[in-house]
Design a protein around this ligand. Structure first.
Ligand code: ATP
Ligand code: MG
Length: 425
């Protein structure tokens, strides 16, 4: 068992917490975050430390507290092995086969994820072009666990006993500069795991942080590698971008960096062909963000995906001899490319098909289906994007069928011209 950590000196600024760590010394920033940390995460760390282990609050929880936002979750990293953690907490279970970590369970479904320090795997020099990480399941020390993380702002460790942030990677200066920066060479880190490119966008959009120019350039340079990433992770990250409360900024960055060309070329072609005054998609994304903020919770996934795709889909169907067939093909390509789960793809298909009828006041039997709330939510987003109230476009339900609707907006002739991309943010 590791030796006990000494008590922190009371009251003063800690020069150097004498934790029994080996390896490089971190930069230490005294700061008291204890009041803001979930009491159950505090309990987990306290018990581990009392038993002689190292235990820190890590990842998004530290980052969010430092920038003044509310963390989604509080994760703990420790030098205790999963079996040791499991033994210390009766209310816990080990999860994951490849990488085992412990979920310590508390009331109300709360989970404090407690992971053993890991280090980055050694790269095999024989194949230096292929940096893709396939196995990152090797235990390590605290400083190695910090270094294997993606961005400097995500690699800060909070030492609750001494009320200090430990920084091995320059995360604190990046928090102060409000900048997303990879740990180490960005093009290496993006080639190791291309999903990190989408994560950079998520953090930049959500926290309203800049992306350092070197990292931005590497994102452009490595964009094609995204096609090699596991499809479910890609779709998952795209959903997170829609849910993050800054979908407009996130999709703008995706487009600007050229990632939409890889992930959703249908959408990037559609945007490139839009006349300057036509900004329905961006306004819809604004409304998604506004509603997300108002509710303090993300919108339904079917609504989000349907709203993202409805406009380019409408365009794809214009002039098609068989509109249903055209819509089907349009969606099928996207479903295949991103491995969109059926539980989302199916309702998206159905809800998009019903939208014109809904707007034309011909909801009919559809009102009784489970998809009706999603359809109404989409109609609300459209109405708000046009500066109208939903009542303006939603005739009393069950009204006799009116004239067939054109859909959400009259068809416009598109000028085929590529919009200049703005300067990097
Ligand atoms: P969120 O608030 O969205 O949950 P987060 O920073 O907690 O943000 P998670 O996806 O929950 O992000 O991951 C937790 C931590 O694990 C991150 O803060 C980061 O340190 C590390 N991490 C996650 N994904 C990667 C990755 N692809 N490569 C390296 N480190 C990663
Ligand atoms: Mg998290």
């Amino acid at each position: 068992m590791p030796p006990q950590e000494p008590e922190a000196p009371s009251g003063g600024v800690l020069e150097s917490p004498s934790a029994p760590r080996s390896g490089p010394e971190p930069t230490i920033y005294p700061i008291d975050l204890e009041e803001q940390i979930d009491p159950d995460a505090v309990k987990v760390m306290r018990r581990l430390v009392k038993q002689g282990y190292e235990a820190y609050l890590v990842g998004g929880g530290v980052r969010d507290l430092l920038v003044g936002s509310t963390p989604k979750d509080f994760d703990v990293a420790t030098n205790a092995r999963p079996d040791d953690v499991r033994r210390l907490f009766r209310n816990s279970r080990i999860i994951g086969r490849r990488f085992r970590l412990v979920h310590v369970l508390f009331g109300g479904g709360k989970v404090i994820e407690t992971a053993t320090f890991r280090r980055a795997p050694q790269q095999d020099d024989s194949d230096s072009d292929d940096l893709l990480i396939r196995n990152d399941n090797v235990f390590g020390e605290a400083h190695q666990d910090a270094a294997r993380r993606d961005f400097t702002i995500n690699a800060l460790f909070y030492d609750l006993e001494h009320h200090v942030v430990l920084d091995w990677v320059g995360g604190m200066p990046d928090i102060e500069r409000r900048t997303v920066h990879t740990i180490g060479d960005p093009s290496v880190r993006f080639r190791e795991d291309p999903v990190r490119i989408l994560r950079a966008i998520k953090f930049s959009a959500r926290l309203d942080f800049g992306i350092s120019p070197e990292v931005y350039d590497a994102m452009v340079e490595c964009r094609a590698t995204l096609a090699r990433a596991a499809k479910p992770r890609l779709f998952d990250e795209l959903l997170k971008l829609l849910r993050c409360g800054a979908a407009h900024r996130a999709f703008w960055l995706l487009w600007e960096i050229g990632l939409l060309d890889v992930l959703l070329p249908e959408l990037s072609t559609f945007l490139a062909d839009q006349p300057d005054h036509e900004d329905t998609l961006w306004r819809l994304l604004d409304e998604i963000d506004r509603m997300t903020r108002e509710r303090g919770a993300p919108l339904d996934e079917v609504v989000l995906v349907a709203v993202l795709l409805a406009e380019p889909l409408k365009e794809a169907c214009q002039g098609a001899r068989d509109r249903v067939e055209a819509a089907y093909r349009f969606l099928e390509n996207i479903v295949d490319r991103l491995n969109m789960p059926r539980r989302i793809a199916e309702p998206v298909r159905r809800v998009i098909a019903i939208l014109p009828r809904l707007e034309g006041g011909r909801a009919g039997r559809f009102q009784r289906t489970s998809l009706y709330p999603a359809a109404l939510e989409i109609a609300t987003l459209y109405a708000r994007a046009r500066g109208e109230e939903l009542a303006d476009i939603e005739p009393p339900l069950g009204e006799p069928a009116g004239a067939p609707s054109e859909g959400f907006a009259p068809a416009k002739r598109r000028r085929r011209r590529r919009k200049p991309r703005p300067e990097p943010a």
